[in-house]
Design a protein around this ligand. Structure first.
Ligand code: NAD
Ligand code: GLY
Length: 372
């Protein structure tokens, strides 16, 4: 693999990009680059604003953003546990108690995907819907969760089961936030980047392969371009299928069926992107078996996941029965079958309804399945 030698922090402001998500009266722009230019102007001074953030992000950035927007700050605990009915109730209590909000108010989601999903869902339902702005602070949130208006909390029976489609008013992906993001979280976000590469096609994947070392080093220009490419791809998908009605948007769930099952079965073991990385490798194996994906492509993607530091192995102790039960609980179930996103070739995903039987599990879980 070619190793490039871009210097780490030579940021060219001309690299900043503003990408339109064209959804008629719900259209909005996603700004990618260093800084939050235009943020204050985007929120009417007369509107009351509340920043929803988590403890880690709040400690680092809430004061600055609160000052910039003249907004009050509402802080929740960090982590997936905050995407819960209990936490949502607490958020509503804190939104409503001061009685300073109305339908013109703006909620600002300052954090990773957890905050975007939770604050976005609160915004979707408060007063039957108020405006919100996404300030994603993790790579995963910048390339995926802040784009497209999916908001949700979890239920004890599964992830993201209670939610709404509610598009943000605008999104700022300020790469300066990534400077404090722990390496493991950054690498986890790279799983959704690779997913985008797989769905987009060979050229995007080649770019990722060629820039692997600059991506790992978080080179400003490379990271800005990478995020903008992902946002552009996702924006186009969302424009075609905003509410996941035609199957086009469902393609973005590549790797997520087993990924979500792993997250449900082992809540504290993997970050979202790590579970998706393992799920993608399983989906690639299934794609080779069921839709004639070239095994070399599966190997190529698995190698890139590995090079960027993501896990690719299903844990040997994962029981086939448990995985089956959780996958059948997945929102995409259809009787005893699950809709898997498979790959015919790079850039050619297809959804196939697969009955969960021992043959499917054998393929999905890989060679170690002999044990179960
Ligand atoms: P996260 O929001 O939990 O953030 C990860 C951790 O990093 C947290 O501890 C957080 O406090 C910390 N953090 C965030 N930004 C930081 C920064 N700049 N500096 C230091 N620490 C920082 O996790 P995530 O990976 O961003 O998001 C995962 C969630 O996103 C999952 O709940 C998943 O379901 C959801 N998701 C939603 C969509 C969607 O379309 N809505 C898409 C993909 C994932
Ligand atoms: N992350 C999948 C979607 O937004 O549809």
């Amino acid at each position: 693999m070619r190793r490039d030698n871009w210097p780490k922090r030579t940021y060219n402001p001309a690299m900043a990009e503003s990408i339109q998500v064209s959804l008629g009266d719900r259209a909005y722009r996603i700004h990618v680059g260093r800084g939050l230019d235009g943020l204050s102007a985007a929120v009417p001074a007369s509107a009351s604003k509340v920043i929803v953030t988590d403890k880690n992000v709040g400690r680092l950035y809430a004061q600055k953003i609160s000052h910039m927007l003249n907004a009050r700050v509402l802080t929740v605990p960090a982590g997936e546990g905050s995407k819960s009915l209990g936490q949502l109730e607490s958020v509503f209590a804190q939104l409503l108690a001061p009685r300073d909000l109305d339908r013109q108010s703006v909620i600002v989601a300052l954090g990773g995907g957890v905050i975007g999903d939770l604050a976005g869902f609160a915004a979707a339902t408060l007063f039957r819907g108020v405006r919100y702005i996404q300030l994603p602070t993790t790579l995963l949130a910048m390339v995926d969760s802040s784009v497209g208006g999916k908001t949700a909390i979890n239920h004890e029976t599964g992830k993201n089961l209670i939610g709404a489609f509610h598009q943000p008013q605008a999104v700022w992906c300020d790469i300066a936030f990534l400077e404090t993001l722990p390496t493991r979280e950054y690498v986890s976000g790279l799983a959704e980047v690779i997913k985008t590469g797989v769905l987009s096609g060979s050229a995007f994947l080649a770019k990722l392969e060629q820039s692997a070392s600059a991506i790992v080093a978080r080179n400003d220009e490379v990271v800005t371009r990478m995020i903008a490419d992902c946002v552009r791809f996702k924006a186009a998908v969302v424009e075609q299928d905003e509410t996941e009605a035609t199957g086009r948007r469902a393609m973005l769930n590549f790797g997520h069926t087993l990924g979500h099952a792993l997250e449900n079965l082992y809540p504290d073991r993997w970050l979202h992107g790590e579970a998706v990385a393992i799920g993608m490798v399983a989906a690639l194996r299934l794609s080779v078996a069921r839709v004639a994906l070239d095994a070399a492509v599966a190997e190529r993607v698995t190698r890139l996941l590995h090079v960027l530091g993501l896990p690719t192995e299903i844990p040997p102790e994962l029981e086939a029965q448990a995985a089956t039960a959780v996958m059948l609980g997945d929102k995409k179930r259809d009787g005893g079958a699950v809709g898997f996103v498979l790959l015919k070739a790079l850039g050619e995903p297809v959804i196939q309804s697969c009955t969960i039987d021992s043959a499917l599990l054998h393929t999905l879980m890989g060679p170690r399945d002999e044990r179960t």
